[in-house]
Design a binder for this molecule. Structure first.
Ligand SMILES: NC(=O)c1ccc[n+]([C@@H]2O[C@H](COP(=O)([O-])OP(=O)(O)OC[C@H]3O[C@@H](n4cnc5c(N)ncnc54)[C@H](O)[C@@H]3O)[C@@H](O)[C@H]2O)c1
Ligand SMILES: O=c1ccn([C@@H]2O[C@H](COP(=O)(O)OP(=O)(O)O[C@H]3O[C@H](CO)[C@@H](O)[C@H](O)[C@H]3O)[C@@H](O)[C@H]2O)c(=O)[nH]1
Length: 330
């Protein structure tokens, strides 16, 4: 039996594929390559270039492979972009996921692990955030992810489709062995942007807002190593197989770092000058997001291996310094 990974050529998806292969799992990747890279998919993995909206191709994938479960990463995932273009987020994240779930039900595939996000919480009332806290997304991206969490809840009641929604906080870092890493064009995530500035690929880093109600005025996020996320997907699948119970879990380290602290850590790790410039706030950004991941620890047996921000940045830097032009140069 194989695991179908949608978005498996993307950043978190490709690291999860690598991890699943290390665990001896058989993997099939489905990705339209709108953001992903075929080079990020390990050799020997079946790869289908296709879109979530393509029902015929999804049916072919289910017919040609014995799929026991789906890990669903494929989505648009940028907070700022979602505020500017909500329709494309509803189209891809809601309509695309709906179609995938529809084809799963039709083809008798009964397990899914879904990439949700800290963005479902909006501006939290208290931190660290627990799964039972209120979900009031502050941007269309978070709304689309919450909509699919709700679809999955009802699909369990109606069709017995079992799901785990993993609400990740900020994914960062890279394969510690340097085989794959983060490569988005254009890049919008803080750590790779700061590292591009360290490489001289951009003149400076813009700090989006210095007037938040935080100690240094900049936004605070909980950065989680991409390989720790990968392991959580494996554990979530194991739990689904073992208990056949749906669930929702936060994934973060429980420690927050401000934008300025992240830039400082990147200066320390790279030993390079990194110029930072104050800029206006980015629409849709909450001030502070920090996870309580106690539930994932208790119920999935998840224990992050790389909780130290310096180590997370070190692995990311190792990838960027060796692949300054990302996958395109390979
Ligand atoms: N990066 C983060 O910090 C973060 C945090 C929380 C949640 N997430 C979620 O994790 C998932 C993966 O994020 P990522 O950072 O790896 O993003 P990514 O853009 O690197 O990966 C997404 C992949 O999905 C593919 N894709 C998108 N739409 C598709 C479609 N309609 N059909 C087929 N393939 C499609 C893209 O080509 C890409 O390879 C997303 O669902 C995102 O919302 C990411
Ligand atoms: O050039 C930059 C880029 C980002 N930031 C700030 O850095 C923080 C982190 O931003 P970014 O790396 O873009 O991540 P988020 O917007 O926090 O979103 C990520 O983390 C969310 C979960 O917390 C996920 O849902 C999203 O998919 C993922 O992109 C935010 O405060 C940004 O305003 C800057 O100041 N300058």
């Amino acid at each position: 039996m194989a695991i179908l990974v949608t978005g498996g050529a993307g950043y978190i998806g490709s690291h999860t594929v690598l991890h699943l292969l290390n665990k001896g799992e058989k993997v099939v990747v489905f990705d339209n390559l709108q953001k992903g890279h075929q080079e990020a998919v390990m050799e020997g993995v079946s790869f289908y270039k296709g879109d979530l909206h393509d029902s015929d191709l999804l049916d072919t994938v289910f017919a040609e492979n014995e799929i026991e479960a789906v890990i669903h990463f494929a989505a648009n995932s940028l907070v700022g972009e979602s505020v500017e273009n909500p329709i494309s987020y509803y189209q891809n994240n809601v309509a695309g996921s709906l179609n995938l779930v529809d084809r799963m039900v039709e083809n008798g595939v009964k397990k899914i692990v879904f990439s949700s996000t800290a963005a479902v919480y909006g501006e939290p009332e208290t931190v660290p955030i627990s799964e039972s806290d209120r979900t009031v997304p502050g941007n269309p991206y978070g709304e689309t992810k919450l909509a699919i969490e709700k679809l999955l809840f009802w699909a369990d009641q109606a069709y017995g489709l079992k799901s785990v929604a993993l609400r990740y906080f900020n994914a960062a870092g890279a394969d510690p062995e340097g085989r794959i890493g983060e490569d988005h064009t254009p890049e919008s995530h803080l750590i790779p942007i700061v590292l591009e500035a360290a490489l001289g690929k951009r003149p400076h880093v813009s700090i989006f807002g210095e007037d938040y109600k935080t100690e240094d005025g900049t936004c605070i996020r909980d950065y989680i190593h991409v390989m720790d996320l990968a392991e959580a997907h494996y554990l979530a699948l194991e739990k689904l197989k073992r208990t056949e119970e749906s669930g929702v879990y936060n994934l973060g380290n429980g420690t927050g770092f401000s934008v300025k602290e992240v830039i400082e850590t990147c200066r320390e790790v790279t030993g390079r000058d990194i110029h930072a410039v104050a800029s206006p706030r980015r629409a849709g950004d909450p001030a502070v997001l920090i996870a309580s991941s106690q539930k994932a620890k208790d119920e999935l047996g998840w224990m992050p291996q790389y909780p130290d921000l310096k180590e997370i940045v070190k692995h990311a830097w190792n990838w960027h310094v060796n692949h300054p032009d990302g996958y395109s140069a390979q």
